[in-house]
Design a protein around this ligand. Structure first.
Ligand code: ISL
Ligand code: CA
Length: 567
């Protein structure tokens, strides 16, 4: 029997960060009508699923990841009518649409929290995690100390003291993002209602923000760490699995939808447990090992990028997990062209990365602007950053007396604003992000929009944009690239080759797809074992290649070929 591949495995996803995608009314902020105006662009690109970062009502402390109204649209982005139009227009074009579900925390402006902080006996008190502080032995009667030593993702303590009720509340992110209390069944049923509301409006699933952190199994002190002390009490706890099962059973299983979890701190085995084959929990997860394997102890101090660490991690996850997301960028990560690519060979290295992304096993996620090779932002002063995390890190590192140049360098390489600069549609001064060239967008536009933009790459036959289009089309017509197994054929520090094969597919014979790549800035010849493998193929046909000539492997040379495997 032919195995039917579900749509969330066969389609390619595209992440839209609404604030930075397209500004239709010239207020400098991207919006829903702007997104609607670009749906045909996405169809032309060939993607099939849109993941929309939060568009809900929010005071924007964390740019929408702090929600104050789950059933409302942030007026900066449009109205609920606009959102309904977006859902319909996407459907018309056979584009699936998934939304962010942020339920580890809410905004401190959410009516639940506004109530919760009023008094200890408020009916919403138990929606959040409140704890009395510890007496300060050096200052008895003074401000108490936090209940435990947990630290926040944005640095500093994870607890905030509330004067009114004289207790602390937990916030794993900013203090304006109080964590929900998932021990309270009312929280779970409120979230189920929110999910049902959106699924009934016609969306096709969710990207669940930091979903593996929602369940805190204890509020004890954690083992002291350089960052994220306390994680052993909230990372991937048994209670989290139980909640995910409940959400699947009571809500998700009633719809043709899929859920991808964003799961920080998650190992291969934990990822397996979150995505069981019976679909009782999540369908796939965004894990971080491949984007973090270059860091020494925490993300603020990075060692120079070493391609083999990235490749080794990708390969290990390919070998150990049956299906997962594939991504190099999102709204939290620096741009891959700057980070994993080459300054000297920006287009070639970006093409090689695209080839990897679109030929591994899993569901590829392209982040807006990645398809044209957008680079990190060009920030030179703290006042240009908009991200709460950048400002928190700046303040703390200043307290620690880090010199200004070091603080700036840290932000320039790691800040999440790097990926949030406005989408570069044209060579106009604001990159065509706002329809009027005189409008100043909410975040500084990269000056390289003069050369890196959609309009010019559409015209250029061998642009990165057209390379993406070509690979996306190939992935649609070569079944091995979707359903095929992954086998590593060759690996040294620079050169990699892998095969995707699908022996069960009767009409494809023993056809295989092979990818060969040189992840380095030197021209290299084929190593003997790889040359041998390539020679043994019958009817090898190159389907896409970064360079027209494949007699050797030039810098970031990479190609995809189809062949028949001799038995
Ligand atoms: O970028 C990070 C911090 O340096 C990540 O650790 C990030 O905070 C983590 O991946 C969780 O991200 C998600 O939840 C956050 C939100 O700020 C991010 O934008 C979101 O993707 C809190 O909701
Ligand atoms: Ca706007």
């Amino acid at each position: 029997m032919k195995h039917v591949i579900p749509w969330w495995q066969s389609k390619i996803a595209y992440q839209i960060y609404p604030r930075s995608f397209c500004d239709s009314n010239n207020d400098g902020i991207g919006d829903i009508p702007g997104i609607i105006s670009k749906l045909d662009y996405l169809v032309e690109l060939g993607v099939g699923i849109i993941w929309l970062s939060p568009v809900y009502r929010s005071p924007n402390e964390d740019m929408g990841y702090d929600i104050s109204g789950y059933r409302e649209i942030n007026p900066e982005y449009g109205t609920m009518e606009d959102m309904k139009t977006l859902i319909q227009e996407a459907k018309k074009r056979d584009l699936k649409l998934i939304m962010d579900l942020v339920v580890n925390h809410t905004s401190d402006q959410h009516p639940w929290f506004v109530e919760s902080r009023k008094s200890k006996d408020n009916p919403y008190r138990e929606f959040y995690i409140w704890q009395p502080g510890k007496t300060n032995p050096w200052n008895k009667g003074g401000k108490p100390l936090p209940p435990n030593n947990w630290s926040s993702f944005f640095t500093g303590s994870a607890w905030e003291y509330d004067r009114t009720s004289q207790e602390f509340y937990l916030h794993l992110f900013s203090k304006k993002q109080p964590d929900l209390n998932w021990h309270n069944p009312q929280v779970c049923s409120a979230v189920k209602d929110i999910m049902t509301f959106w699924l009934d409006l016609g969306i096709d699933g969710f990207r669940c923000d930091v979903i593996n952190l929602i369940y805190k199994s204890s509020l004890e002190n954690g083992k002291k760490r350089i960052s994220l002390t306390g994680q052993e009490w909230y990372n991937n706890q048994e209670g989290c699995h139980e909640i995910l099962q409940e959400l699947r059973q009571d809500v998700l299983s009633h719809y043709d939808c899929f859920v991808v979890g964003e799961t920080v701190l998650t190992t291969v085995n934990q990822a397996k447990a979150l995505c069981p084959p019976d679909r009782s929990e999540l369908d796939m997860v965004f894990t971080f090992e491949h984007v973090e394997c270059h860091q020494v102890n925490n993300k603020w101090f990075k060692t120079p990028f070493r391609p083999h660490l990235l490749m080794n991690t990708l390969i290990r996850w390919q070998q150990e997990l049956d299906w997962n997301t594939l991504y190099f960028e999102n709204h939290d990560q620096p741009r891959s062209t700057t980070r994993f690519g080459s300054k000297k060979y920006p287009v070639e290295s970006a093409k090689m990365l695209a080839l990897i992304l679109l030929t591994l096993r899993g569901t590829p996620f392209i982040y807006q602007g990645q398809e044209i090779g957008m680079t990190n932002g060009e920030f030179t002063s703290i006042s240009e950053f908009r991200d709460v995390e950048a400002h928190t890190v700046w303040a703390i590192s200043r307290k620690l007396k880090f010199p200004r140049w070091l603080r700036m360098k840290m932000l320039q390489t790691t800040s999440r604003d790097n990926a949030r600069t406005p989408m570069q549609w044209t060579d106009s001064p604001n990159g065509g992000f706002s329809s009027q060239p005189s409008t100043t967008p909410w975040l500084k536009v990269n000056s390289n929009c003069a050369t890196i933009n959609v309009a010019s790459q559409k015209e250029e036959a061998d642009s990165l944009l057209n390379w993406y289009k070509q690979l996306i089309q190939l992935r649609k017509i070569i079944p091995q690239l979707i359903g095929g197994t992954f086998t590593l054929l060759y690996q040294d520090k620079h050169i990699y080759a892998y095969k995707r094969s699908l022996s069960s597919l009767a009409d494809s014979g023993d056809k295989i797809a092979i990818v060969v790549l040189n992840y380095s800035s030197k021209t290299r010849s084929y190593p003997a074992p790889l040359a041998q493998i390539l020679k043994s193929l019958d009817n090898a046909k190159i389907l896409a290649s970064v360079y027209p000539d494949t007699t050797n492997l030039p810098p970031y040379g990479a190609f995809l070929l189809e062949a028949v495997e001799k038995v």
